[in-house]
Design a protein around this ligand. Sequence first.
Ligand SMILES: Nc1ncnc2c1ncn2[C@@H]1O[C@H](COP(=O)(O)OP(=O)(O)O)[C@@H](O)[C@H]1O
Ligand SMILES: O=C(OP(=O)(O)O)[C@H](O)COP(=O)(O)O
Length: 421
Amino acid sequence: FAPAATFGVRSVAAPSLIELDAKKSIEDLSEADLKGKKVLVRCDVNVPLDGKKITDDTRIRSSIPTIEYLKSKGAIVTVCSHLGRPKSGPEDKFSLGPCAERMGELLGQEVKLAPDCIGEEVAKMVAAAKEGDVIMLENTRFYKEEEKNEPAFVEKLAAPFDLYVNDAFGTAHRAHASTEGVTKFLKPSVGGFLLAKELEYLDGAVTSGKKPMAAIVGGSKVSSKITVLEALLDKCDKVIIGGGMVFTFLKAKGFSVGTSLVEDDFVDTAKEVLAKAEKLGKQIILPVDIVVADKFDKEANTKIVSAEEIPDGWMGLDNGPESTKLQKEALSDCKTVIMNGPMGVFEFEKFAKGTFDLVNILADLTKEKGAITIIGGGDSVAATELSGRAGDMSHISTGGGASLELLEGKVLPGVAALDEA
Ligand SMILES: Nc1ncnc2c1ncn2[C@@H]1O[C@H](COP(=O)(O)OP(=O)(O)O)[C@@H](O)[C@H]1O
Ligand SMILES: O=C(OP(=O)(O)O)[C@H](O)COP(=O)(O)O
């Protein structure tokens, strides 16, 4: 790996996809390394919420083995994570309270929520904790310095701890204070079980993935994910675009998109992606019909329109049935499929069909044709669990953007920054 200091906010290309064996894991630590030691564990407990109710706890459940292991070795465990994308400081709706409570239920012990992620109160709580205790710090993104990876903040975050474990696969593509910066202040800095499991599976599936290979990219994080698409065209035979990602592409093609989600700054990127696909002779499958709504509401009035004729004042919130047919046809010969991002606002029943139908298509592809299907991302996994077909997929990944960047051939900064084995 290149030295961590050379990594920016996004990951960088590397000659080999993942040199996991080159990185230290918690299993490389001795009893003495852990007994009575204060361990900062970076998890990704960025779960989907309906108010304060967790609608899918996959990411929390996946974090448990590493925490149990550390406890069993007599460590004092403190978990940190972000939740959502708070814009300006602490906001109650982004509090990690529900995650601490759920983690406590899963561990069968209290997980105390610290009032902050840095500062005196946190230091006191950690100092007073006993072997086997688990504390959760409040949302690291309540400080803008987290995403900026500012050394002064990193130092404060690291201060109460002896060592660091990164188990946040879902955030490993971000070079943030709690995923990358902190490794410069805490030694050893090692990977946890979830991180290792994800990298191991995805490395195999991607480097020796059978062709034809397809990537399905939807959801609402347009600017995060549109930049990955160009590179994905090199790896994949087909790219299916859905969800909120669609409208930036439709705009790039010159169609009107009503009040749909569009990131105007990325219309040119969409044009470049379309041009590259044409040059390479790769298929980009965009929806041909869209379920539109007169407002963003579960009770909105809806109708199905051509993707080329979204009326003024209406917003696209799901794929239409003809689009699903096209997707099914395109996927029918694929041997490896990776999906990140739902096809519509599946949280509202009226806009869930495009996502659930596609999930069924993928599950059938695995069951009936033996295709490798990988579903990644908090909301994509939530939708797959909700549909009851999660068990029929080859792999449910806790990382969406992280999986896509791996598929793209990048080394993730959260992994690159860990100690060499
Ligand atoms: N057409 C759309 N317009 C607005 N939001 C959408 C649209 N389609 C899907 N979404 C939203 O995208 C969100 C998930 O996006 P994202 O975070 O990128 O996926 P994941 O968590 O699987 O990585 C969901 O909450 C869903 O409601
Ligand atoms: O949910 C996440 O990513 P994902 O939606 O790509 O799976 C991770 O927690 C990272 O969150 P971020 O995209 O706000 O940095």
